[in-house]
Design a protein around this ligand. Sequence first.
Ligand SMILES: C[S@@+](CC[C@H](N)C(=O)[O-])C[C@H]1O[C@@H](n2cnc3c(N)ncnc32)[C@H](O)[C@@H]1O
Length: 248
Amino acid sequence: MTPEKFFYHIFSPLPRQGPGCTAATQKAWSHLPSIKKNAQVLDVGCGTGAQTRDLTELTSGTITAVDNYKPFLETVSARAQKEGIGERIRTVNASMDALPFGKGQFDLLWSEGAIYIMGFEEGLRAWTHLCRKGGHIVVSDVAWFAKNPPEELTQFWEKEGYIPLTEDEKKDQVWKAGLRLIATFRLPEAGWWEHYYIPLLARVAELRKIHGADPALAAILDSCDHEAGMYRKYKRYYGYAFFVMQNL
Ligand SMILES: C[S@@+](CC[C@H](N)C(=O)[O-])C[C@H]1O[C@@H](n2cnc3c(N)ncnc32)[C@H](O)[C@@H]1O
């Protein structure tokens, strides 16, 4: 198995592919003013659709779920069919930096744990035109929670190709992108452990028994353990924050 295939093999059966939880999705939703009945919602970087399904419980509208990895979308569709909500979720295989939708097509843009791929400000700037004026945008992204993070942690993020900003710096970027910030709050720790790292670490331990002797694959498993270890050690310095915004 190639390292890339193996990476997806690790994450595909997990309940979610990034930190998050239903309670936080619901909390973000609770900050929105009443959303019309047949709302058109865009879910960017949906993974296997943990938050997509949560959104179907919060609105009677239609969710367009986008990811650039087709098998994740197949899981989203298969589950939706099984749960009898197939007609409420449309999947689109596309890259978040070239979303194939029209100006103002959506009432609500949603993205959990995926905007870091483009960068917070870049993502907001690239996606906002898809949201109608007066519509809303909700994203979760990693942020520094404390000043002067330790060197080991900044080096870890640098290696990941991403340097978090503070919540205040992100608020500034919201404003610069021409959006109104309605609310921001931190993802609770359960969104990291219970719903993400605990299932991930169990899967890593299982896969190590099968693939641990292959150095390239073992290195990927090690990096998952390392990332969880970083969070365990340094969680007071960083975490995920939700930003609930309005397109003016
Ligand atoms: C950290 S996961 C978050 C998934 C999901 N939102 C969740 O919280 O469980 C990031 C997702 O973005 C997708 N992704 C990565 N690069 C992308 C791109 N350029 N365009 C669209 N999706 C992308 C990945 O396949 C993955 O499903």
